[in-house]
Design a protein around this ligand. Structure first.
Ligand SMILES: [Zn+2]
Length: 483
């Protein structure tokens, strides 16, 4: 009899984009080795009973921020545990030089090894990094980063240009610690380098630029108006950075992407107007590869649900009409993937005043639960589309498919066993994050992982982590491998 390390028996397996099929999975050496209608329990050294459960591919949380407000080591250790709760088995985290993170600048040839060393041995899920070139020297490193260092995705912040980002004493140049102007010239040369790297290696996996689209000049105007009106809280933050700033910024970025033929990802689209900009860009430049992300919080929260400053995030939490527009786009297929934009940010770092509060909060523990509860149960989103939105699509976009985000022979055996009927009300404790509050507190969600498996080994079961941290760095692009 063919032997397996583990057999997962009796479940309904949700293949991304294809559908739920009753079948069994055999795992050998951490990879999927068999998919069959009936495997023997005696064929596996370990047997996982999946009867009554749905087996999804491990989630790929394509937007996290390890080490933004605490040390990288602390965040990697605690926040990848939080990812397991929501069924993510791969985290792709944004890192840049400058203020926050390591609070310094320099070549990525020196800083990337430092980031990887700080992460090593601590992660409970596999992980990769997106890097933001902030200096002209770092732009020159893109060829090396994409060619040899395992970095297939980069980032540019459209709103850093001339905006006071870290309190009254600091302008954006001090914040980014850039040697050149962090402007459209910087962006254009980044896009040229990324497009060239994609032309060389794109066959192995997509090499792309992620964009945070908000317009700094308009934010300055609307922030002054909002502050003059003495507004506070989540609504004030929304009015200080209105959706128009997103749409304008999407168009600016799309023109440069079209000119350089750079593949782009429009991150965390938060509003009907941002979405409109993205769809306009796609129709204006039909041959341009424009992919769209939204977040769990922009699909669930509205500013009038939030008290205090805990829900401050960029772009801001918006209105019910915006939430509905984003869900319509998810249902139509105009949004490619959903991510958490997880940034562990303590209540003390938020404070009582929305203006100096640090932006961002955690959400990775809710990846599958939000999409199953609000998408599948509430709106009829098919299970295979849920699997695509949280696993296969981000893996393809960020150059790690089919090693990740796939239930095919030879893929990493990252599996999530989910009870579609399990209901829980969100509390900070449930999320297994170091963050001591959550803007999702009190939200009832239906559809939770009961077991999360990383490369064949159970890493989380029945509400508790299992075993030692076993996460590894995923070098991208990672081409398909033969068993
Ligand atoms: Zn982010």
């Amino acid at each position: 009899m063919t032997r397996y390390d583990t057999v997962v028996l009796g479940g309904t397996v949700v293949f991304p984009g294809e559908g739920p099929i009753r079948c069994d999975i055999g795992v050998r050496d951490g990879r999927i080795a068999a998919i069959a209608d009936d495997l023997e329990s005696s064929a596996g050294d370990d047997v996982v009973d999946a009867r009554g459960l749905h087996v999804f591919p491990g989630g790929v949380d394509g937007h996290m921020h390890f080490g933004i407000y605490r040390s990288i080591a602390e965040d990697v250790a605690s926040e990848t545990e939080s990812s397991l709760v929501g069924g993510a088995t791969t985290a792709l985290s944004y890192f840049r030089t400058g203020h926050h993170y390591l609070n310094k600048t320099g070549p990525y040839r020196e800083i990337l090894p430092e980031v990887l060393a700080a992460s090593d041995g601590l992660a409970r899920i596999d992980y990769g990094y997106h890097l933001a070139p902030m200096t002209s020297g770092q732009i020159d490193e893109i060829e090396w980063l994409a060619g040899e260092a395992g970095i297939a995705s980069f980032k540019y912040f459209m709103f850093y240009k001339g905006l006071n980002l870290a309190g009254d004493s600091e302008d954006s140049d001090a914040f980014t610690m850039s040697d050149d102007k962090y402007d459209f010239g910087h962006l254009f040369s980044m896009m040229e380098q990324i497009a060239a790297a994609d032309a060389r290696r794109g066959g192995e996996g997509r090499i792309s630029l992620s964009l945070h689209c908000e317009n700094a000049e308009l934010i300055k105007l609307f922030m002054a108006r909002t502050q003059a009106a003495s507004l506070q809280g989540a609504r004030a933050w929304h009015e200080a950075r209105p959706p128009l700033t997103e749409r304008l910024s999407v168009h600016e970025a799309a023109i440069l992407a079209d000119a350089t033929r750079c593949r782009v990802n429009l991150l965390h689209l938060s509003s009907a107007e941002a979405l409109r900009g993205a769809l306009e860009a796609r129709s204006l430049y039909p041959s341009l590869d424009v992919r769209c992300e939204t977040t769990l919080h922009h699909l669930v929260l509205t500013h009038d649900m939030l008290d205090g400053t805990g829900g401050k995030v960029n772009p801001p939490i918006r209105t019910r009409d915006d939430v509905d527009a984003l869900w319509d786009a998810v249902m139509r297929g105009d949004i490619d993937w959903v991510a958490s934009d997880h940034a562990c940010c303590m209540e003390s770092q938020k404070g009582d005043d929305v203006w100096p509060a640090l932006p961002g909060f955690g959400g990775t523990a809710l990846l599958y639960p939000v999409m199953l509860s609000e998408g599948h149960h509430r709106r009829g989103l098919p299970l295979e589309r849920v699997a695509d939105l949280v696993s296969a699509a981000p893996a393809r976009a960020f150059g790690c498919h089919p090693q990740k985000g796939s239930l095919t022979i030879g893929a990493d055996a990252d599996l999530v066993l989910i009870d579609l009927d399990r209901e829980q009300v969100v509390t900070p404790e449930l999320l297994h994050s170091a963050q001591d509050h959550t803007p999702f507190e009190g939200v009832r969600l239906k559809g939770w992982p009961v077991r999360t498996i990383l490369r064949g080994a159970t890493a989380f079961a029945d509400g508790e982590v299992v075993g030692e941290p076993a996460g590894r760095f995923v070098a991208r692009p990672c081409p398909a491998r033969a068993l």
